[in-house]
Design a protein around this ligand. Structure first.
Ligand code: BV8
Length: 256
């Protein structure tokens, strides 16, 4: 992999940072083979857009279709592995005094890579809850009905993810916002920066005077505000960032 040009000022900002926040989106899982929301849906799902399926209305209108879409995604994700981008963030977590990883992803790949205390803003594909009681359900009888029914109250079960139009888990969001408000360095990695309130976080960091870095092969609405833009794939640039910042000690300090 070629040596990517990482500005010396960024290397020093990362070295100096004591409180680092990372926000990830679907792009960090793309190199594991998990399609992003911007990717055209494949196969059976080609004719639907996620915004059409990831909503309470879609589930009410066609619960089987929505349940099957999530079952397809669980199967797809089960057959993937964390990639070098996920693993570089586990490495970074060991090296930074205060490190907070916030993800919009529901695929568990950060946890499988070894990241600890991941703040999952939008829930998790592998957790299921009762539509009526809003309580996580771990086991249920396979009656052959799709979606399956809650063993306690008989209502439909649904994936424990945050659909469009639904509130994010308040405690998780509050913890993400508190870490963002105190950080010196905020990395926005693999997200189109379009979905709120997650997309607000880097702007909150900027407003507090933090250095904001975007890692994304494509520009986003955040790009022109970011302190640094690394137009690279996360799986390429994150491992190199770790090496350059923490292992390549002879890097000269910038001229003051
Ligand atoms: C809320 C979980 C209020 C489910 C997701 C009308 C009605 C109601 C709300 C709204 C409305 N209009 C707007 C809103 C707000 C809405 C919103 O922001 N809509 C957008 C579309 C404008 N937000 C909400 O609805 C949120 N809730 O506002 O509630 C409320 C408050 C109180 C009480 C009641 C209600 C809820 C939003 C959460 C939705 N759930 N996921 C599921 O997964 O099925 S969103 C889902 O898409 C993701 O989680 C992620 O957040 C989002 C965007 O995806 P990204 O992760 O950014 O991925 P994307 O594909 O977009 O981009 C990938 C990027 O990676 C690209 O830029 C690409 O270039 C880059 N990339 C590719 N390869 C790589 C790479 N980068 C690096 N390396 C690579 N190799």
């Amino acid at each position: 992999m070629s040596n990517l040009a990482i500005p010396a000022a960024l290397i020093h900002a990362i070295r100096a940072a004591r409180r680092v926040v990372v926000l990830t989106g679907a792009g960090i899982s793309a190199e594991s083979g998990v399609p992003t929301f911007r990717d055209a849906q494949t196969g059976l799902w080609a004719q639907y857009s996620p915004e059409e399926l990831a909503t309470p209305d879609a589930f009410q209108r066609n619960p089987k279709l929505v349940w099957d879409w999530y079952a397809w995604r669980r199967e797809l994700v089960r057959n993937t592995e964390p990639n070098p981008g996920h693993r570089a963030l586990v490495d970074m977590e060991q090296r930074v005094p205060t490190f907070t990883l916030i993800t919009q992803n529901v695929d568990s790949l950060h946890r499988r890579a070894g990241s600890r205390g991941v703040l999952e803003l939008h829930g998790n594909l592998f957790r299921t809850k009762c539509l009526a009681e809003d309580i996580v359900v771990k086991t249920w009888e396979d009656s052959g009905e799709t979606p399956p029914r809650c063993p306690r109250c008989g209502a439909w079960l649904r994936p424990d993810v945050v659909w469009f139009g639904e509130a994010l888990p308040a405690a998780v969001l509050a913890e993400a916002e508190a870490a963002t408000a105190q950080c010196e360095l905020f990395l926005s990695i693999g997200t189109s920066a379009l979905v709120y309130p997650a997309a607000e976080l880097p702007f909150m960091a900027l407003g507090r005077g933090a250095t904001v870095v975007e890692i994304n092969p494509q520009p986003t609405p955040l790009s022109r505000h970011a302190s640094f833009n690394l137009r690279n794939a996360a799986g390429d640039v994150l491992p190199q960032l770790i090496t350059t910042v923490w292992e390549d000690k002879e890097l000269r300090r910038p001229r003051d």
